[in-house]
Design a protein. Structure first.
Length: 334
């Protein structure tokens, strides 16, 4: 074996110091660096001036962002990469800077991971999935941008714009991003969101700002125990970014209840980070399993085979999987 074929420690070093990337992207987001670059700043001096940060700090952030591939050098200056322009410039519905800032604040929780792995779950009762957690105000809005492209893809697949007077149930709808996206496309559609009262209050405000709030009904409650509706009420039911927080039994129980409230021919849409059956990928869902270990009692990232088995057992016989331009997979079940 030649020296060029010998393994090096470079990638391992970058993985060990991976929290640097979280911190750099979070700090750059906090100071709107990507927005300033998009607005015409091309030098460290200009970024420092517009962001009201030190020149030394601006240069360090730009160096780090270049190393991460989010900023590029051009003609002696700097510009956003195509990815940064698409997803890190403020004002876009797809902007992920809120999520970047949120995760930068979560880095300390990873110090618990060795013990969490040992015991198999969170170390305290302070898990996210409780109604009165003040975390929701920040988290719900930060997560919304991740779901924007997925909600659009689902709308295209279901032909929501041409579906006429349909009724939608969004279980644990959070910010209401699915209802907002779909109701804007279809003026005849109506939606119901079932979620905890503090989260529904956030959605009520956001959907009101989008001009579709008058076509949304809010049901305050816990979807584990709150009635979903009368039999045959809904054309589409959405269950987005929740299944990974639940165990197999709870997911199957929910799928069975959804089946009863769907109209004949209606569709359940599940949106989640789904792993391959042999658990060889994709990378993001595999990594996310550790987030669920830290923050949920029974959750994980589930395989396609898990979803297919659960849905088949609860009465669905038309089950399809669709990848998206994000780490999320869409599952359509009828």
């Amino acid at each position: 074996m030649t020296s060029s074929q010998q393994p090096t420690s470079d990638r391992i070093m970058r993985l060990i110091t991976g929290y640097w990337a979280t911190g750099i992207v979070g700090a750059a987001s906090s100071h709107s660096v990507f927005t300033h670059l998009e607005g015409g700043a091309t030098t460290a001096e200009q970024v420092a001036e517009r962001a009201a940060i030190s020149l030394r700090g601006a240069q360090a952030l730009l160096d780090g962002l270049v190393s991460l591939g989010l900023v590029e050098q051009q003609d002696g200056g700097y510009r956003n990469s195509a990815e940064a322009s698409a997803f890190l410039v403020e004002g876009s519905p797809d902007c992920l800077t809120g999520f970047a800032k949120l995760k930068a604040g979560h880095m300390a929780s990873l110090t618990n991971l060795p013990e969490v792995v040992k015991v198999g779950g969170p170390l305290t009762d302070a898990v996210v999935e409780v109604a009165d957690n003040p975390h929701w105000e920040e988290l719900v809005q930060a997560l919304a941008a991740q779901s924007v492209p997925v909600a659009r893809t689902a709308a295209d697949t279901l032909k929501i714009a041409d579906a006429g007077e349909i009724s939608i149930l969004d279980i644990g709808g959070g910010s209401g991003i699915y209802s907002g996206t779909w109701l804007e496309r279809n003026p005849a559609a109506r939606a119901t969101q079932l979620d905890w009262a503090p989260i529904n209050a956030i959605a009520r405000r956001l959907l009101g700002e989008r001009g579709v709030g008058d076509r949304v009904t809010y049901v305050d409650g816990d979807f584990h125990t709150t009635e979903l509706g009368a039999p045959g009420t809904y054309d589409v039911v959405v269950y987005s970014n929740i299944a990974h927080q639940e165990g197999p039994d709870d997911n199957m129980a929910l799928f069975s209840r959804v089946r009863s409230v769907l109209k004949p021919g209606g569709t359940l849409v599940v949106s989640d980070y789904v792993v391959d059956d042999d658990r060889s990928g994709p990378p993001y869902p595999l990594t996310f399993a550790n987030e669920m270990l830290l923050k949920s009692r029974h959750g994980s990232t589930w395989r396609r085979a898990d979803y297919h088995g659960w849905l088949s057992k609860t009465g669905y016989d038309d089950i399809t999987f669709q990848t998206t331009l994000s780490p999320t997979t869409l599952i359509f079940a009828r």
